[in-house]
Design a protein around this ligand. Sequence first.
Ligand code: ADP
Length: 257
Amino acid sequence: PPQYVKNIEEIVFRNVCFQYPGTDHKVLKNVSFTMKMGKNYALVGVNGAGKTTIIKLLTGLYSDYSGEILINGRELRSYPPSEQKGIFSVVYQDFCRHALTFKENCEISDPCHKLSEEKMVKLAEQFDLVRRIESFPEGYDTLLGKTREGGVDLSGGQWQKLAMVRALLRPAKVRILDEPTASLDPKMESEIYRLFQEMTKDTLTILVSHRLGFARLADEIIVFENGKIREQGGFQRLMQKKGLFYAMYEEQRSWYQ
Ligand code: ADP
């Protein structure tokens, strides 16, 4: 079971290089940055730039990188796996749709502790899911999924919101969204990110996307290109700089109009 690390102050990448096992080119090249508790970070860049690889290293999927990843000044690889797991709460692009009830879907966020139903309902309210859930024959205890005759199901967007609710119910201090909204339209995606950020004030949040509408909300944007950090800063600053971020943003502008 995950052991929750109570206080995360900062995450530091120091000269991190990485290549996937069995390949011979580096997909991260000397990456250095610092993230602080209480702030929101956006990792952006075109597909293949290295964003998800950063998340994979952070969450312990690969440990044969060079350089250092420090959590509160201590190398990530020196934390026991149970503690490493307890630091992060991640919603991936291919988030799970469990053929369970809404409540059970929430319970699996943290199997070791009893679910706070009050918290679950409050989050469902904030994500505007309550009316839908209450229309089900047994509300939060209705089995979801289209497989059975007469079965009820959530829409794609509602499943994505459920994935966020599940992530928010985990007591982890670092929350990561890795393009969980990729199949939504860009406006809906921005709206979901906004909701998520409103609810994660006392955590460190890392948002990953190749779409940039949400990056306005981030305290700091880290722009990756070809395995390196190309630009870094707040939205206004990067827009004024008229560099890569600006060009990408302008290119996508029509998605949000
Ligand atoms: P992004 O999240 O920015 O789209 P990724 O971090 O997923 O980019 O990918 C960075 C690079 O690593 C890409 O060139 C990708 O093809 C490569 N890559 C990703 N996963 C693997 C893997 N499991 N094995 C080998 N190469 C991979």
